[in-house]
Design a protein around this ligand. Sequence first.
Ligand SMILES: *[C@@H]1O[C@H](CO)[C@@H](O)[C@H](O)[C@H]1NC(C)=O
Ligand SMILES: *[C@@H]1O[C@H](CO)[C@@H](O)[C@H](O)[C@H]1NC(C)=O
Ligand SMILES: *[C@@H]1O[C@H](CO)[C@@H](O)[C@H](O)[C@H]1NC(C)=O
Ligand SMILES: *[C@@H]1O[C@H](CO)[C@@H](O)[C@H](O)[C@H]1NC(C)=O
Ligand SMILES: *[C@@H]1O[C@H](CO)[C@@H](O)[C@H](O)[C@H]1NC(C)=O
Ligand SMILES: *[C@@H]1O[C@H](CO)[C@@H](O)[C@H](O)[C@H]1NC(C)=O
Length: 443
Amino acid sequence: MVSFIFVVVLIATPHSVADNIFMPSEFEEELSVIGDNEVEQLLESSNWLSRRKTSVVSVDSFGAVGDGTTDDTQAFLSAWNRACTTHKSVFLVPKGRSYLVKPARFVGPCVDKLIIQINGTIVAPDEPSDWDQKSPNNWLVFSKLNKTIIQGGGVIDGSGSKWWAASCKKNKENAITIDSSSVVVVEDLTIKNSQQIHFQIYRSKTIRVFRVQISAPGDSPNTDGIHIAESTDIVVQNTKIGTGDDCISIVNGSSIIKMKHIYCGPGHGISIGSLGKDNSKEMVTAVVLDTAVLKNTTNGLRIKTWQGGSGYVRSVRFENVRMNEVENPIIIDQFYCDSPDSCQNQTAAVKISQVIYRNITGTTTSEKAIQLACSDTVPCSNIILSNVNLQSKEGTAETYCNSATGSNEGIVNPSADCLDSSNKDSYSDMTTDSNVEDLHAEL
Ligand SMILES: *[C@@H]1O[C@H](CO)[C@@H](O)[C@H](O)[C@H]1NC(C)=O
Ligand SMILES: *[C@@H]1O[C@H](CO)[C@@H](O)[C@H](O)[C@H]1NC(C)=O
Ligand SMILES: *[C@@H]1O[C@H](CO)[C@@H](O)[C@H](O)[C@H]1NC(C)=O
Ligand SMILES: *[C@@H]1O[C@H](CO)[C@@H](O)[C@H](O)[C@H]1NC(C)=O
Ligand SMILES: *[C@@H]1O[C@H](CO)[C@@H](O)[C@H](O)[C@H]1NC(C)=O
Ligand SMILES: *[C@@H]1O[C@H](CO)[C@@H](O)[C@H](O)[C@H]1NC(C)=O
C-alpha cells in the first residue's frame, strides 16, 4: 500500500527576492494535502479483503459473458446494484476475460466501504454508431461514491481508433469518470485508447491515484490522460501517461492538486488550463508537480488562458523535472486561442501569480525554452525561476517575457533577466524577433 506523506519543506528566503515578492513558504501549508488520514484508514480496511466476510459480487453471476463481443452492460449494472447495497462487498470483474460494456453510470452512495476489483478487461464498443446518441459524453461513470477503492490490475480499453479517425471534437466519450465523490483510491489500473479524455476527476474531493498507466497513440486527438475539474485534495502518484493530448490537465475550480513521480510522453505535457474561455471566471490554486520526466512532448509545464477571462491561477510549484526533447518546456500562454478564427486582444485576463519553477533541467527541440507570455493589462507576478537549465537541440535556447515579473535564483539558463526588469516586452538571449502571434500559432 502506498501511503503518501507530504513533507513540508521550508524554503530559505532568497536574497534576490524583492520585498514585495511573496515567500514560497507562505503557501506550503496551502499546498499540503488534507485527506490523508481518511485515505489511510480506507487502505488499511482493504486488508479485510482477505480477513473479513466479504460478499464478492461478480459480474459473471449476473450473466456477463466476457467474450469481448456480447453486450455485458446490463450484467454490470445489476451486479453494481447488488454490490452497492451490500455491506463490505467487492464488485468483481474477473480476470482473463474481456467484457464489452456500453456507456454506463455506477451511482452511489453505496452502503459501506466498497471495493471495485477490476482484474479483467472492460472494453468499449469500437463502432461509434453502436453508441447511444442521447448519452452524455462519458463511457464509465462512477458517481457519488464515498470511501471506495478501485483496483485490481485490470484494463479499461476505450477502443477509440474509429473515433479518432472521425475526429470531430463534439460527442466523443471520456473513458472513466469519477464524479461527485470523496475519499476514493484508484490504483493499479491500465486505461488505454480512450475516445477522448482517459480519466476524468470531476466535482470530487480527496481522490488518490496510484500506479495508473494511461496510453494512446501520440497522434490520437484530444485524448488527455487525467483531467481534473472542480475538485480538491487530489494526489496523482507513480503514474505513466503517454497520449495525444495533455498528460494531465487541471481546470477550473481545482485546488490542492499534488502530482508526484509522473512520466509523461508523448503528449502535450502537463497543463493548468485552458481557463477563461468565453469571458468566464475560472480559478486554480495550490498545484504541485514534484519529480517528473517529460519526454518527446510538445509542451512541458504549461499554464494557458484565453483572453477576456477573469479569475486566477495562484500558488503553483513545478519542481525536479527532467525534460527530454520537449518543444516548449516552460510556457505561460495568456493568449491561448484554440479556435479556427483568430482571437481578438482583450483587456481582461485570468491573473497568474506565485508560480515557482525549481530544478528544471533537460533539452528542448526548439529555441523557445522559457516563454512567459502574459497579458499586457493583467501582468503575471511573482514568477520564480530557480535552478533551471534547458539546452536547445536546435540552436541557442532563449527566454521570452511579455508583462511578467518575478525573480531568478541560482543558475537560470537561458537567462531570464527579463523577469527582474520591468520591461513590458523583452527577450533574454534574444536571437530572433518573433512576436507573440508566432508564439501562439500552434499552442
Ligand atoms: C462520506 O461518509 C462520511 C461518513 O463515513 C460522512 O461524514 C461524509 O459526509 C460523507 N461524504 C460525502 C461527500 O458523502
Ligand atoms: C485480482 O488481482 C489481484 C492483484 O492483481 C489479486 O491479488 C487477486 O487475487 C485477483 N482476484 C481475483 C478474484 O482474480
Ligand atoms: C515523438 O512522438 C511522436 C508522436 O507520438 C512520434 O511520432 C515520434 O516517433 C516520437 N519521437 C521519439 C524520438 O520518440
Ligand atoms: C468554476 O468552478 C466553480 C467552483 O466549482 C464553479 O462554481 C463555477 O461555476 C465554475 N465556472 C465555470 C465557468 O465553469
Ligand atoms: C533535481 O531534479 C532531479 C530530477 O529531475 C533530481 O534527481 C535531483 O535530485 C534534483 N536536485 C535537487 C538538488 O533537488
Ligand atoms: C495582442 O497583444 C500582443 C501582446 O501585447 C501583441 O504582441 C499582439 O500584436 C496583439 N495582437 C493584436 C491583433 O493586436
